[in-house]
Structures are given as C-alpha cells and as structure tokens.
Design a protein around this ligand. Structure first.
Ligand SMILES: Cc1ncc(COP(=O)(O)O)c(C=O)c1O
Length: 260
C-alpha cells in the first residue's frame, strides 16, 4: 500500500493526494490516507484515496476526553476488518464502547463550525507571527511549500486547519515559552490537538522523540520547534497580544516592548 498523512505530523507537509492516487492505481495498490489533521477541509476519498483513517481523539471528538479511531473504506473492506475469525479489528480488540461512540457522534455534529474557527484563528496567528519575523509553518501562508497543493485539493470554506508550528530556536526557549503560555492560561502543554483551548508541544522531545536526532535534523525538525493546535478563542487578537508579550519577555521576539 501507499500510506500517508494528508497534512503530516509535525512538519505540516502536504501530500498531493491526486498524484499519489494516480501512482497507486498505476501499481494496483491501495492508497491509505490518515486525515486526522484536516477533517472536512480535505476529503481524501474524493481525491482518490481507497482507505481513510482518522484519530477521533482529536478534532472530530474535539473535547480531549476519549481515545478512539475510525477506518473508512468500502463496505466489504470494513466488514472484513470485523470478521469474527480473522478480521484485524476483531483480533486486535479495537471495538469501541457504544456509549462512547454515541458521545463522539454528538460532538461531531459541531465539527464544521469548529473547523472554521480553528482555521480562522490559526490563519490570524500565522500571518501575525510571520510579519513579526518568526519562523512560522502554516499551510495557509503563501510561504508554505505545500500552499498551492493544499489550495487545489481543499474545501476552501473550512480553511487551512488549526495546526501551525513556530521555531523558537532552542529547546530551552520552547520549554520556557510553553510554560509561560500555560501559566498565562493561553493553553495547555499537551501532545493532543483539536481541543477548544490551544495545545502546544515540542515534537522533537515528545511525539516524534522516537526519530533519531540526525534524522530529525535532516527532516527539518529542530528542537526549538513548537507545534500549536490553535483553539477556538473568541478574541484571537487578544491571544496574539498575550503570546507576543510572552515571546518578548523571553527574548524570543526582540524589539517589541514586553507587557508581562
Ligand atoms: C496524524 C495522527 N494520526 C493518528 C494518531 C493516533 O491517534 P490516537 O491518539 O487516537 O491513537 C495521531 C496521534 O497523535 C496523529 O497525530
């Protein structure tokens, strides 16, 4: 199979799903896409993916109170996963509790509104931080290497997603900034995403720490990289001002007067 993430974790690279689908079909192999970072904004099935997987733990549930996942494919494929004798779903015990499934389904009813707000807020912060001279990666910015590809394959109304990264130069800076932002109640230091509050983590020492250091360097994953899952803040300008204050206070952003 060809296996990819539509928006990759943590570097937010964009997979060209149409091109991958053509390649997969040419070689008669299935294209499997993890669409956890971009529900609604990217619809991999429409771009030729055969199997789509989502962590429900993140945006789709949206309340950071469960661990769950979903596999979407043809009816035959999904029934085969549940085959009592040899289905992978049966053998690995991945049957979701029915009450929890119903609870996730209820939360999913607001996904469209939440995705729009996550995207709007992330775009606002991405543009502001880029203007301030920070190293920002956000697929909605023209400077992003996958900007044209995502524009071609996304549902524009849901925006470019809620994830962005900032490189603040060193792990010390990253840790100090995250702790300060948490103290100021701007969000939580946590490895999940898709919550109503902003969540931040340093992937090099958390979710991607299993990748050897040399490989992290080669792929552009510096230890000062912070991954943000931007929340549903009503006043994102206020959030921006507070984040900027933290960065100025810690000398990450120079030439801007500190207010903390
Ligand atoms: C892109 C992606 N897919 C899948 C998962 C797995 O999710 P879960 O926490 O629901 O096992 C994660 C978790 O971080 C993820 O980032």
């Amino acid at each position: 199979m060809i296996y990819c993430e539509s928006v990759s974790n943590p570097l937010l690279e964009i997979a060209d799903l149409e091109a991958l689908s053509k390649l997969a079909k040419k070689h008669n192999t299935p294209l499997v896409v993890d669409n956890t970072f971009s529900p609604l904004s990217i619809a991999p099935a429409k771009l030729g993916a055969d199997i789509i997987i989502h962590s429900l733990t993140k945006f789709i549930n949206g309340t950071s109170d469960c661990v769950a996942g979903v596999v979407c494919g043809t009816k035959d494929f999904c029934l085969a996963l549940k085959d009592v004798n040899n289905g992978a779903g049966m053998l690995m015990g991945s049957t979701l509790d029915s009450l929890r499934a119903a609870s996730i389904l209820k939360n999913m009813r607001t996904l469209h509104i939440r995705m729009k707000k996550h995207s709007e807020n992330a775009m606002y912060l991405g543009q502001k931080f880029e203007k301030d001279g920070l190293r920002v990666v956000y697929p909605g910015l023209k400077s992003h290497s996958g900007h044209e590809v995502i524009k071609r394959q996304m549902n524009l109304e849901y925006g470019f997603g809620g994830l962005l990264t900032l490189d603040v130069g060193s792990l010390e800076n990253a840790n100090a900034l995250m702790e300060m932002m948490q103290d100021k109640k701007l969000g939580y230091l946590a490895v999940s995403l898709g919550f109503y509050k902003t969540l931040f983590s340093a992937p090099g020492t958390s979710t991607s720490s299993e990748i050897p250091l040399e490989e992290q360097e080669a792929m552009g994953l510096g230890d000062g990289l912070i991954r943000f899952s931007i929340g549903l803040d009503n006043d994102i300008h206020r959030t921006y001002e507070m984040m900027k204050s933290c960065m100025t206070h810690l000398d990450i952003l120079k030439d801007v007067p500190a207010q903390v």
